[in-house]
Design a protein around this ligand. Structure first.
Ligand code: NAP
Ligand code: MG
Length: 498
């Protein structure tokens, strides 16, 4: 491999790459009956084969669901604090293995090493929160209607969970589904995105090492149609926790509704940052660009629309461009690289199509947007982070999720218009406002149609607060926080008479 910087990641990949992995079913590594495998390549170095996986079929899904169903009988009866003990160990193992996991994550997904490490350490934090929740599965106790009667509600785990994740956060997204499932006493079959199954293998090994019994967590790798679809339709799957595109979420919800399975859907976003007032324009620009271009803009919570008052537009745009110019684009392992490639060539082409759409709609491509070529850029799907100005709220680039490093700036006459524009999209995931006026901040928090609101900082979430969206951005219980109990458990009302 040629690179301007060699690093331990490059060496580690040369030693540990190009293996073939099985599915993890009932505590064993098994091959698929299909006899076929799928291979993935380093996102920053597309000639390098990093690993091969089972191209699984419905039969593998059935085996995994049956294993999870059998394991549920005993796992659901283990006391919460004992399940927590295992999860705390798993969190420690994530941290202990952070270097190796981040090499795998950066290789399969393309994000720079610092981002991968951040993702893994964040996953460990979320696991610890979930582990704590296993000791706090609360019900209510209420007075009876008659003497000598008292009433309680208890929460019971629902059963086998199908966890289905996209490719942008291959560690934290599955962990965000599996850890609460286990904490509340459910068992899991996990299908990773076809582009990023490598870290999942290591996650399974670490769950086993932490003491998760056979069958409680299972991994089946394969396509959406051959693995995802049968998993969603399986009668023994009681809940589907899905993160991905809105269209797929709706299809999954239809199938689940037919047999009354529960869903937890985390879908797309078109997240606004409304800018009204500030002391330090540079700080605002830093917050916005950080949230817009992390993970090469391939984040459901990425800020993709800046809605700014006309009188501040010029100053803010200058500050944004100056921040964007500082973003060094390069392979995930390179020292100083802040933005890696997009996940693959096909996705780069989708994002490039939006660059063309923006231009044809009459927006001004003020900076960036070009494909990077030559040298190491030939080995991945790289582009210069882009900013469009002169954007109007009705343009497609202001309405549709681009899921890449493209920021749009819409200028407005006053704050009423700003709030109206902020809400004028089908999505409602994350949002931000920058203002020095407390009552404007409260008004925005009250009126914005979004699952998450950030005042005076970018759209970065915490490891213990409910995470989710409204409108076309989500459905079902929010993940991460205590709200998970609503998805992974169901109520039982109990009447005692003595
Ligand atoms: P996607 O195309 O919807 O795929 C997501 C997952 O669904 C993948 O594992 C995919 O498998 C699987 N899948 C495909 N067809 C299926 C089927 N018929 N039945 C069941 N599963 C099926 O999304 P993506 O392109 O990977 O990810 C980008 C999208 O995810 C964006 O819209 C983004 O906003 C959203 N996202 C949302 C959040 C959030 O928390 N709100 C977080 C991250 C991403 P294959 O990989 O095999 O196709
Ligand atoms: Mg897809």
């Amino acid at each position: 491999m040629t690179s301007t910087t060699t690093s331990s990641m490059v060496e580690w990949l040369e030693k540990n790459g190009a293996k073939t992995y099985g599915n993890f079913i009932n505590g064993e590594w098994v091959t698929s009956a299909s006899g076929e495998t799928i291979s993935i390549y380093n996102a920053s170095y597309k000639d390098q084969l990093i690993a091969s996986f089972q191209d699984s079929t419905e039969e593998d899904v059935n085996n995994a669901v049956n294993a999870a169903h059998n394991a549920f009988k005993s796992w659901s009866k283990i006391p919460g604090p004992d399940r927590a003990f295992i999860l705390f160990k798993f969190a420690d193992l994530l941290e202990k293995n952070v270097d190796e996991l981040s090499y795998m994550l950066s290789a399969e997904q393309g994000k720079v090493l610092a981002e991968s490490k951040g993702e893994i350490l964040r996953a460990a934090k979320e696991v610890r929160f979930c582990a704590g929740e296993a000791s706090r599965v609360e019900g209510q106790t209420l007075p009876g209607e008659r003497p000598n009667v008292w009433n309680s509600t208890v929460r019971k785990p629902i059963g086998v969970i199908a966890a289905i994740a996209p490719w942008n956060f291959p560690v934290v997204t599955p962990v965000r589904k599996i850890a609460p499932a286990l904490a509340y006493g459910c068992t899991v079959v996990y299908k990773p995105a076809s582009d990023t199954p490598w870290t999942s293998v290591r996650l399974m090994e670490l769950f086993a090492e932490a003491g998760v019994p056979a069958g409680v967590v299972n991994l089946v790798v394969g396509s959406g149609s051959r693995v995802g679809n049968p998993l969603v339709k399986h009668p023994l799957v009681k809940g589907i926790s899905f993160t991905g595109s809105t269209n797929m979420g709706i299809q999954i919800n239809e199938l689940a509704a037919k047999r009354l399975a529960k869903t937890q859907l985390e879908l797309g976003g078109k997240n606004p940052a409304v800018v009204l007032s500030y002391d330090d324009v540079e700080n605002v620009a830093k917050q916005i660009t950080g949230a817009a271009f992390a993970c090469s803009g391939q984040r459901c919570t990425a800020i993709s629309r800046v809605v700014v008052l006309k009188e501040r537009e010029q100053e803010l745009i200058e500050a944004l461009v100056s921040e964007i110019k500082k973003i060094k684009v390069g392979p995930s392992w390179e020292d100083g690289a802040a933005m890696g490639p997009l996940v693959n060539q096909e996705h780069l082409e989708t994002v490039q199509e939006y660059i063309r759409i923006g231009q044809s709609e009459g927006a001004k491509l003020l900076y960036g947007g070009d494909i990077l070529s030559g040298g190491e850029y030939e080995k991945g799907a790289y582009m210069v982070p882009a900013i469009f100005t002169d954007v109007t709220a009705s343009m497609r680039i202001a309405k549709e999720e681009i899921f890449g490093p493209v920021l749009t700036v819409i200028s407005v006459e006053n704050k009423d218009e700003a709030f109206r524009v902020a809400n004028d999209v089908d999505y409602g995931l994350a949002s931000a406002i920058f203002t020095k006026d407390l009552s404007e901040a409260y008004k925005f928090a009250d009126q914005i149609e979004a699952g998450m609101v950030h005042v005076n900082h970018g759209t970065a979430s915490a490891a213990h607060l409910p995470f989710g969206g409204t409108k076309q951005s989500g459905f079902g219980a929010f993940s991460i926080g205590g709200s998970n109990a609503d998805f992974f458990t169901e109520l039982k009302a109990v009447y005692f008479q003595y």
